[in-house]
Design a binder for this molecule. Structure first.
Ligand code: SF4
Ligand code: SF4
Length: 398
């Protein structure tokens, strides 16, 4: 297993993300703890030492199952990461109490300290909580760090680069690592490249989540897979996503939400050595990326913006349209919902000024019209808030 240095630690380059654990085949959604034990045994035997869970994973049961499985091994042989669900706070509901949540998490995981602890899902919406100094969560977590109950404090982030910068201006000095959604599609689609540059400039090491974009990069049409096999007959299709990470951004830890032993064994094989992609292989990745969901080829040049009578941030809206085409992500809906009134896609009056200015010849008004329709069909932000408040209340009781 490849290892990467983080301060005085040697972390396995592959981490076990416990958000998609194996479940019983009876449709109950209950975690299959026998299979989980086998996976943890395999992980530890192969040198994986980084395990990542979170308060809401598996309706609150991931922390319990993973903690129990790991407890079969000496505490100093594995690193456990957990997260504070500040993103579950919604307006009008009393914010979650960091102390109450943290104590409960230690108990659920059966540990006395977390090696890594993250503020979960910093994004444009959760910044209303995380960005409000009155909430004082940071004082509490820094105190726990002083007490040795948190060894390393970081955050996970789904925000766009400008919101990430806002967050770093507040807490960048206190946080030691950041987990972002990073893969060869989001490198451009979610502007992960800029986020990596921002984090590196701030001296914050990068952890990766969604390296195969929830499985979207794990299988392709026959022709594409045949091309991949021709280059690398001994490697699986998902391995390409990991090889790209080893070639371009080179993060510290890559978390994979593995759901079965076979996936884990394949990933372990991939992470037994570095085999960066060649120029020809990177060209194939570029081709694959362009084909995925026939993305809108916006380069973000902004030539279209100056003449827009509605002053819309066109490239930002098109990047959301691309994101929705690949995965109808909650985070994109959240980002869209906080765009001020009159600046969303439905404000486009179809004058065509932008399309005439666009060097990529994108039919911007048509794309914005499609985005407006798509977003109108999503759950409203209020509805999402209500559901999140209910989920938080269920977890609080549990
Ligand atoms: S077509 Fe829409 S986005 Fe394009 S310039 Fe006119 S109002 Fe702006
Ligand atoms: S001019 Fe075209 S490519 Fe450039 S930002 Fe606007 S839509 Fe994108």
């Amino acid at each position: 297993m490849l290892k990467h240095s983080f301060q005085d630690l040697q972390l396995s380059a592959l981490g076990f993300g416990a958000m998609r654990l194996p479940v019983l085949k009876d449709g109950s959604g209950v975690i299959d703890v026998t299979e989980l034990d086998r996976m943890v045994d395999t992980a530890i035997a192969s040198g994986i030492n980084y395990f990542d869970t979170a308060y809401p994973y598996h309706e609150g049961n991931s922390e319990i199952a993973l903690g129990k499985s790991l407890s079969r091994y000496p505490r100093e042989t594995w690193y456990l990461a957990d997260k504070f669900p500040g993103h579950q706070n919604v307006p009008g509901v009393t914010p979650l109490d960091p102390e109450e949540i943290f104590e409960k998490q230690l108990k659920k995981c059966g540990v006395e300290y977390f090696d890594f602890y993250l503020l979960h899902n910093v994004n444009e919406n959760s910044l209303r909580y995380y960005g409000n100094p009155d909430n004082r969560f940071m004082d509490y977590f820094l105190k726990q760090k002083e007490l040795g109950r948190i060894r390393h404090l970081g955050f996970s982030c789904h925000a766009a680069p400008d919101a990430l910068e806002k967050f770093l201006a507040l807490y960048g000095k206190q946080l030691e690592f950041c987990q972002i959604q990073l893969n060869y599609v989001d490198w451009t689609l979610q502007d992960a490249k800029t986020k990596v540059e921002i984090l590196r400039a701030a001296g914050i090491p990068v952890w990766v989540m969604e390296p195969v974009r929830g499985g979207r990069l794990a299988a392709f049409d026959e022709e594409t897979e045949a091309k991949m096999r021709a280059f690398r007959p001994d490697e699986s299709v998902p391995a390409w996503a990991f090889r790209w990470l080893q070639t371009v951004p080179k993060p510290t830890v890559v978390l994979s939400g593995m759901s079965n032993l076979q996936q884990m064994q394949d990933n372990i094989k991939t992470f037994s050595e570095e085999k960066p992609l060649t120029e020809e292989e990177l060209a194939l990745i570029a081709e694959v990326r362009a084909n995925i969901a026939r993305l809108i080829p916006c380069t973000g040049c902004r030539y279209c913006c100056a003449g827009c009578p509605m002053e819309l941030d066109i490239p930002k809206l098109l990047s959301m349209a691309n994101d929705m085409a690949v995965t109808k992500s909650f985070n994109t809906v959240a980002r869209y919902s906080v765009i001020e009134d009159g600046k969303r896609a439905d404000a486009c009056i179809g004058c065509g000024q932008c399309a005439r200015a666009c060097p990529q010849k994108i039919n911007v008004p048509e794309e914005l019209h499609k985005l407006a329709e798509l977003m109108a069909a999503q759950k409203s932000w209020d509805e999402i808030c209500r559901e999140r408040a209910e989920a938080a209340a269920r977890l609080k009781k549990g």
